[in-house]
Design a protein around this ligand. Structure first.
Ligand code: SF4
Length: 163
């Protein structure tokens, strides 16, 4: 029997209420549109590392030459290493063909997540730590953001690339 390619998807896009505010980002085009082409694995890195729902936001913060992921209610708590360690476990657990990740998240964003200075000013953009770690570990993995799957044509194009 033909096995569908395995694709990890930010759990909030599949309708799981895992966001910091207890809401989801359900996107039917992704949740329903991809099902016929792929086996979808929901993943929320922030919940997986033990951050609760609801929770304080976390944000990418430039500290010297490194980017930390600081909790906005406890600025001395950096969860970057936990997110990176979870990314290693996740990539080792599944034979992924692709990843579909929520834009602008400090965990899942790809090149479009706000980066702050230690004094709280926006100083640029970077990638979320879960996404960045996975892309470093698996540079050939097909990784897209939800904003890149806006219509059936883009869904089909993505599915074609998985094979
Ligand atoms: S963007 Fe990623 S970390 Fe944030 S709620 Fe969605 S799955 Fe979880």
């Amino acid at each position: 029997m033909y096995n569908l390619p395995i694709v990890g998807v930010s759990a909030c896009l599949l309708g799981q209420r895992v966001r910091y505010d207890g809401c989801d980002k359900y996107t039917s085009l992704i949740a329903e549109g991809l099902k016929q082409y792929c086996q979808l694995i929901a993943v929320c890195p922030e919940v997986e590392i033990g951050l609760g729902i609801p929770r304080a936001k976390i944000q990418l913060t430039q500290v010297g030459s490194i980017i930390k992921v600081l909790k906005t209610d406890e600025l001395n708590v950096d969860v970057a290493d936990q997110l990176a360690e979870f990314a290693v476990r996740f990539i080792n657990q599944y034979s992924l063909s692709g990843l579909v990740l929520q834009d602008k998240s400090p965990s899942c964003g790809v090149g479009n997540t706000k980066l702050f200075s230690q004094s709280g000013e926006e100083i640029g953009v970077s990638s979320g730590i879960f996404a960045k770690t996975i892309m470093q570990l698996s540079p050939d993995l097909i990784v897209v953001q939800a904003s890149q799957l806006q219509n059936k044509y883009e869904i089909e194009q993505f599915a074609d690339r998985l094979i």
